[in-house]
Design a protein around this ligand. Structure first.
Ligand code: GUN
Length: 294
């Protein structure tokens, strides 16, 4: 048996095209140009790539993109002042502070200083709390992408057994809440969980978000399971170059699972597409327009 490969690239391109259509509509009908501000502190090479990508795709969707690059040794007060300025700027509907922040900056305080209505990362305690309470909220982009990818295989997740491996604020915890909203039965596993392979084998839906290369093996999977791989690790390859791998041993999973996301070309593609969706949603909510139909 060979699993279906879930094409994140295609699904993300389709979502971006739908966002671009909606952006064109709100521009035409309401004179609204949604705007996203991204703040990058320091020069972490991976973050630089992500931020460049966000900038390009925001512009391609017809939105305004504002990039702010600050030195790694910026004072916390200066970063807070920038966020306050963006909170007050009517052209900015979404604010994202790229993580991780350099040492010396207090991530929690900075996230909490973002206007919750502009918190397109869904990380502000206001939004995280609303999501946990089952209320409408801006939700983190990677978990939203995971749900969309799952729904490309299963139109309803109701009653399905899901396992989320990893409990980060950015992915695992919000993903659990989104799965509960879909009426799935959710197990939350993490580095202290016992019998992880056994827990995993019970699941119809497996979400691996631990950041450990190829940790989830083929014999951890229930035959036919849907596997969503959030991990991305760069490993040395035999030819002296490097290769990107996920948290799931892909070749093994392909022999057992029903559907698997590849790395790259799976979840990663969805994160920015969902950021565009959140920015459009935030812009409509701030401007008092009906929520976009997506
Ligand atoms: N770093 C890696 N992923 C993300 C994300 O989704 N949001 C932010 N702010 N930083 C990240």
């Amino acid at each position: 048996m060979t699993a279906k490969i879930i094409d994140g690239k295609l699904i993300a391109a389709d979502l971006r095209a739908r966002v671009a259509d909606e952006v064109a509509r709100v521009k035409r009908d309401h004179g609204l140009t949604p705007g996203l501000a991204v703040v990058l502190v320091g020069n972490d090479p991976a973050s630089e790539v992500y931020v460049r990508n966000k900038h390009k795709q925001t512009q391609a969707a017809g939105m305004a993109s504002f990039e702010h690059v600050l030195p790694a040794d910026v004072a916390q007060a200066d970063l807070l002042a920038l966020v306050a300025k963006l909170n007050a700027d009517p052209a900015v509907h979404g604010i994202l502070v790229q993580l991780p922040l350099p040492k010396g900056l207090d991530t929690e305080t900075i996230i909490a200083s973002i206007d919750p209505a502009k918190d397109v990362d869904g990380l502000h305690p206001h939004n995280a709390g609303r999501l946990a309470g089952g209320l409408p909220a801006l939700s983190p982009c990677t978990p939203l992408g995971c749900i969309i990818l799952t729904k490309s295989v299963h139109s309803s997740l109701e009653g399905m057994d899901a396992i989320v491996i990893g409990r980060s604020n950015l992915v695992g915890r919000p993903l659990v809440q989104l799965l509960l909203n879909e009426n799935a039965t959710v197990t939350i596993a993490h580095s202290r969980s016992r019998n992880l392979p056994e827990l995993c084998r019970r699941a119809d839906l497996v979400y691996a978000a631990v950041g450990k290369a190829e940790m989830v093996r083929g014999d951890w999977l229930k035959p036919g399971a849907t596997v969503i791989d959030v991990g991305i690790t760069r490993l040395p390859a035999a030819d002296g170059k490097t290769r990107l791998v996920g948290d799931v041993a892909f070749d093994e999973a392909m022999k057992v699972a029903g559907a698997v996301t590849p790395v790259p070309g799976g979840v990663g593609q969805m994160t920015v597409a969902c950021l565009l969706v959140n920015t459009l949603r935030a812009a409509c909510a701030i401007e008092g327009l009906p929520a976009p139909g997506m």
